[in-house]
Design a protein around this ligand. Structure first.
Ligand SMILES: [Zn+2]
Length: 373
């Protein structure tokens, strides 16, 4: 959605001047490729920069498009729709398994107060903001690609923009967070992103991140054993790792180790106030083995229902998509499924309890913006 509050907050991403708005009443919103109802009549919002005069036309009722004029040469593969063909963004399930761990940590570390301004930097479908509406914070979701879920379009302020050129004034937000984003950036882009996150935060404001460094602890060997088992099951046709490979093919992993994180954070004006490591041994077994086997079985069943004439690759993609949609349906309707997944999510917390203090690859960190000297 685009609330008046969002409109009052945004600035030109090029020159940071305020934006003037005009409405073409009852213009017909352009038919969008992103799953909107075609031809929906909605007020057609036009924004114009009061500084450089740039016009931002074509905004529908769902989200603002405030990408900078300068296109960065480095663009994430997340712009590629094929990565999103897995129906992940269509329907938002409650936080379970790994996403439950991440969301619980976000809530524990960031804990926004009612009325505080909070930005999700790299919000994807917008699901994290939907899960945390009880914060009663004023939230904004920003992503480079408009793969926003229908629920988020209705209930959350959204915009597409570049994290290296945020369309907000200095010191706008009390809190920001970025989950599963930093690993997609090059060292240069990471520096630019952190500098912008720091700029839009008020002094003393916080950025919560979940990402990983390349250097693992010896306990991560347990995780490698699980991954070997997953590959073996993949060859045996019991799991399907292709989507996982596609997802990870985008990782640039800019951070070597924790001292480098400290340096990069410091350069952007942050200090690390809290850190907790996450070596998902239980989680790896649950998500990489159990969940994949269930998904593969469901995809098999789905593909047997497709017409025999469907080409193999298309059938495979379609079957996975159907399996995931069916899984979400099941989570929404079956109490038993929910209870099993909740029990598994609870068991996965063991990884944090047992290994949370052992410095290893993935971590949750709270970066606090230092007051300027
Ligand atoms: Zn401007």
């Amino acid at each position: 959605m685009i609330s008046d509050r969002l409109l009052s907050l945004v600035r030109c991403p090029d020159c940071r001047a305020p934006l003037d708005r005009g409405l073409t009443p009852m213009g017909v919103a352009p038919v969008s490729d992103w799953g909107q109802t075609p031809g929906t009549a909605s007020p057609y919002l036009t924004l114009r920069c009061s500084g450089c005069g740039r016009e931002y036309p074509g905004t529908t009722a769902d989200y603002l498009d405030l990408r900078p004029r300068e296109a960065f040469t480095e663009q994430t593969k997340y712009l590629d729709e094929s990565l999103h063909a897995d129906a992940r963004h269509e329907r938002v399930s409650p936080p379970l398994l790994g996403s439950k761990i991440r969301n619980d940590m976000l809530r524990a570390f960031l804990a926004p107060r009612p009325g505080e301004l909070v930005a999700d930097l790299g919000c994807g479908s917008g699901r994290t903001l939907l899960w945390n509406q009880d914060w009663q914070a004023a939230t904004v979701g920003i992503d480079i690609a408009p793969f926003f879920s229908r629920e988020a379009r209705r209930n959350v302020d959204l915009l597409i923009g570049d994290l290296r050129r945020l369309p907000f004034a200095d010191g706008t937000f009390a809190k920001t967070f970025s989950l599963d984003v930093l690993e997609h950036l090059s060292p240069d882009a990471l520096g630019g992103m952190l500098a912008e996150a720091s700029r839009v935060l008020a002094p003393g404001g916080a950025l919560f991140v979940y990402t990983h460094v390349r250097k693992n602890a010896p306990i991560a060997r347990g995780l490698r054993a699980i991954n070997r088992l997953a590959r073996w099951l993949d060859r045996a046709g019991l799991v399907d790792l292709r989507q996982e490979h596609l997802r990870k093919s985008d990782h640039l992993n800019p951070l070597a180790d924790i001292p480098e994180l400290e340096r990069v954070a410091h350069d952007a004006g942050f200090r690390i106030a809290r850190i907790r490591y996450y070596t998902p041994i239980v989680g790896g077994f649950v998500e990489n083995i159990l969940v994949r086997m269930a998904e593969r079985a469901m995809a098999r069943r789905a593909s047997s229902r497709l017409p025999a004439s469907t080409p193999a690759a298309a059938a495979r993609a379609e079957a996975i998509k159907e399996a995931r949609t069916a899984a979400k349906e099941r989570i929404a309707t079956s109490r038993t499924t929910r209870a099993v997944l909740e029990a598994l999510s609870f068991a996965m917390k063991l990884d944090l309890v047992l290994f949370g203090r052992i410095r290893s690859g993935p971590f949750f960190a709270l970066l606090v913006k230092e007051p300027r000297q």
